[in-house]
Every structure is written in C-alpha cells, then in structure tokens.
Write a protein that binds this ligand. Sequence first.
Ligand code: NAP
Length: 289
Amino acid sequence: MELIDGNQVATTLIAELKAEVAQATGRKPCLALIRVGEDPASVSYVRKKEKTAEEIGIISRVILPPVTITQAELLALVDELNADPTVDGILVQSPLPKQIDELAVFRRVSPEKDVDGFHTINLGKVAQEDESGFVSCTPAGIMELLKRSQVDLKGKHVVVLGRSLIVGKPAALLALQKKAGANATVTICHSGTRDLPALTRQADVLIAAIGRPEFVTADMVKPGVVIIDVGVNRVPDSTKKTGYRLTGDVHFPTVSPLASKITPVPGGVGPMTVAMLMKNTVKAFRQHS
Ligand code: NAP
C-alpha cells in the first residue's frame, strides 16, 4: 500500500505558485475572504487560507461581517468586491447563517472571480470541458493528487460516494472528461443508492465524500483499489486534548491494507483543497492582468 501524501503534493504546488507570483511585476494577486460569524471550523479554514496566501505572495483581504448580516447586505458586499479591480478572487466561507441563501450568494460572485468554482457558469464549464473556468477546489485537488500519484483514470471504473455540488458531482464530471488523465467510467452513489457495497466493490478508484465517519469498510472494496478519502469528520475521543479526533469516510485501519494507494485523513485531500484555491486565485490574476 502506498500513502498518497497530500501535504507533500500541496507543498510542491505552493512552491510552484510562489515562483510564478514572484515573477509578477507591479500588482500582486489579491484574494478576498468573507467569513460570516465565528464558526470554529470556518475560523481555522480561513486562517489556513490566509497563511497559505501569504506564503505564496498573494494578498488576502479578510472581511468579517457579523453573524446577523442580512442577505441584502451580504450580496451588496459581494457586489462591491466584484466591482473592485484590485480583487482577483472572492471566497465566501461556508457554512453561512440560516437567514442566508447560500446558493444565491455563490451565484452573485462574478464568475471571473469565483475561485471557489461554485457559480453556475463555472460548474457548467466543467460539464462542457471549457478550461477557461474555475473548478471547485476539492475536486480539482482530487484530480491533481491522482495525476501527481501517477494514477491514470483512463478506462477505469471510478465510483464516487456523494453527489454534493461542491465535491461529488464535480469530481464525477472531472473523472468523466474526455481528456488525458480522465476518461473514466463513472458511477455516483448517494443516500438513495440500492446495494451500495455491490457498486463500491467494482471500483478501481473509490472517491468517498459523504461525511459519514469510517463508512467504507474492508468488505466494500476490492484488493488493489485506489482510494481518495474526502471525508473530514469529528469523532468524540476522550484521549485527545480537543475531545475529538478527525477521521475520514473510510475505515483506514482495515481498508488501507487492501488498497494499492490511499489518502490519509488528515493530510490527504484537505491540504490540496487550499492549494487549489491558491492556484485558482493565481489563474484569476493572470486572466485579469
Ligand atoms: P454533503 O453536502 O453533506 O453531501 C453528502 C453526500 O453524501 C450527499 O450526496 C448524500 O446523499 C451522500 N450520503 C450521505 N450519507 C450517505 C449514505 N449513508 N449512503 C450513501 N450516500 C450518503 O457533503 P460534502 O460537502 O460533499 O462533504 C462530504 C465530506 O467531505 C464531509 O465529510 C466534508 O467535511 C468533507 N469535505 C472535505 C473537504 C476537504 O477539503 N478535505 C472539502 C469539502 C468537504 P444525498 O444527496 O442523497 O443526500
């Protein structure tokens, strides 16, 4: 079994981006990060994004509206950033408070600044295989990890667990694209799937993105499978100072011996998501310059 080291791949990618940004004369790329409220996971995600941006030489502008912000106020803030020529990328950290229609906010971000890749236009471009758009960061990170781990999907059966707009669906579309590295036969499973283990057992490559701790067990995979575990789940653990431990959607101790390659949690897909956000920001900067 070979461990797919997301930290290592992300470090390489970040170094490549840093070298590219260093060559830019004049203005540096700028990423606007909107974080509404004090959700602990969001605080730590935005801090990580800010830190990585700084490492690369990307200016980050963090905006922290109160949790009571109205839909109209948040849309107005997005409009302001859309119109600001010094801002290349805009990210609105999810989850948003209950009074906000998240999809409406994602759709308000200008497609040219939508470095999270959640806008209808950018998801459409993934389906149309139009490379001018922005691919959402986690699925883009999955493809980059596979590529840099020499996993060619051509002709393989890729089974994706989960059909969310930010992970499952775009990941399936990317694997399906008719281009080098992709060209897979794809099955998508969800909560309505009948006999899910019968499908996962057929997978040459299994992408697990359902948010259920250690859901995939040894009896659900075939020997030699490549596994990308997207899940980030907090499981109570009294032996930890924090009171919890992080686990993926795959039961790593029993499944990993069967896999040819597998991502750990943490240290697999997570670091790639941040690195791909930076890659998208540098791409937006290039397109705006
Ligand atoms: P989500 O929006 O909650 O979607 C979960 C998907 O899994 C849904 O399509 C759901 O089916 C399906 N599902 C849930 N329980 C299932 C079950 N028992 N059997 C079959 N399908 C089931 O989640 P998400 O945003 O895609 O995230 C998935 C996981 O990835 C989470 O753990 C999240 O924390 C993690 N994540 C990690 C990163 C990273 O950077 N590492 C980034 C994003 C997300 P239905 O559609 O039928 O409801």
